[in-house]
Design a protein around this ligand. Structure first.
Ligand code: SF4
Length: 144
């Protein structure tokens, strides 16, 4: 079976900034066709639960208090990449719009709920590695 990297919050893990999760019931159906490799780049990068929410702002990541947390986001993404290589993951299913996991669309850095075109820090890194990324609204494409 193929190993599939997956945002752990989609599996119900309470690793979101607010201590909650983004459980997606359809992930249950992935279990019969993939080995799921759950990851959370923000936790791997040393940020706590709960934590102050952050958004990408150009090449940096800034939290809502104005602190630069880019180093945490980059370090966490590199740790996820380490696991992706270890488990030879060719595909990832990631949470939408997150400053780490977002793919194709992310929040615009103003904490206003507006979005712009772009990728999260983790998605950027995984794309460079050649890993195919699916957003959670694309999960049907992974179901066999
Ligand atoms: S970094 Fe990714 S896995 Fe972790 S809470 Fe945010 S969206 Fe979910």
């Amino acid at each position: 079976m193929e190993n599939l990297l997956i945002s752990s919050c989609l599996l119900g893990v309470n690793c979101k900034y607010n201590g909650k999760n983004n459980y997606l019931p359809l992930t249950e159906r992935l279990k019969s066709d993939y080995h799921l490799i759950p990851v959370c780049a923000e936790i791997f990068g040393g940020l706590p639960i709960p934590r102050i929410p952050s958004e990408r702002s150009g090449s940096t990541v800034i939290n809502k208090q104005g602190e630069d947390v880019t180093e945490n986001f980059v370090r966490g993404a590199e740790e996820v990449l380490r696991l992706a290589r270890f488990f030879d993951c060719k595909t990832a299913l990631l949470k939408e719009r997150s400053p780490s996991c977002g793919y194709g669309e992310i929040y615009d850095g103003t904490f206003s709920g507006r979005t712009i075109s772009g990728n999260g820090v983790l998605s950027d890194l995984l794309r460079k590695e050649g890993i195919r990324i699916y957003r959670e609204s694309d999960i049907q494409k992974l179901l066999k």
